[in-house]
Design a protein. Sequence first.
Length: 367
Amino acid sequence: MKNYLSKFLDDPSSLNKASRKASYYYLTLSIVLIFLTPILLYIELVSPILYNAYSNVFTNLDLFIISFFLIDLLLRLIGSDKKLSYIFSINGFIDIISVVPEFISIVFGLGINSAWLRVLRLFRVGKIVSTHKGTGILSGFTGVVLIISAGIISAKVLILILESYGYIPVFDNISLVLGLVSFSLAMLLGTKLSVVNGRLNQLEDAITRIVAGIKVFWFTDISSRKYLQSWVKEFYKSLKNPTQESVSNMRKITNALYESIGKNGVNPNLVGFSRDVAFVLNTSLSEVNPFYEKFLKEVTFVFTIVIVTTVPGITGLVASLILSYIFFGMFYLIEDMDNPLDYGDESLITVNLDPLEEMIINLEIEE
């Protein structure tokens, strides 16, 4: 039972189809309720007229959310082998602090309207981060967007609440500054996009030329077919999973191939072929300068914080979501493009290896 609960809540990939489907729906409902939490909190604290008009609906919905996450907490405790370790972990702290204080206030009659207890609900947003395992609805680009959106909504709702109580000043004439920062950030992202997109296209062009070169060698130098078979298999493997070790080994195998082809005299096709192979191997491990990457990430985060804290009201919430979605989305996609030979499940944009795969099949070379 413990093992099943643990897998159902955190890693359903090894469960049967029905259990995986149930786990997916459970996780989806959790995410929906997490996103509802800051919205309900905003209505309750900032729009009391709307809240009072539908008080029964909002109260029952809030009780349902509290009950759901309390049951979730109990299930995680039951499914945990080390309960104390879970309780004192970051995930356990988030689960407990976002549910238990408010539940106790209801049971012991402290009142569900205690403001400080209601604000603790925002900790539920941390559950999206704590349950982000890179699978299901929280995988890849969707997972990144959900995590960022949940964090921004919760942070902005907290800002809106503080604004309604007069704890945060209103910033005037901030639009010009934000416009300039937005333009600068777009320029930084555009520069990196140009670099990584150009490199991706160059890799695909080089691989296409390499395939053409292999075909020429295959039909014009029959004595080297044995080396070509070995070389193509290793080359394909190195592109699917480039590491420093595999690239270094690939260079040694390539030198052996050159030696075999060179035994029959100078081959004019070998010069261009060797240049393309060297380019692909060298580029397979290269990335944009890490200092530029770090600076770009920091600017994106700072820009988001400024938008959330300085643009007032619902306008600020909408602007925060839209601009952060655009810039964080671009940042994630460009970062994904910066690893064009990463063929993992979460990778979105990769080098097209179809010409190489088709050639392997056509020449009857085993992968």
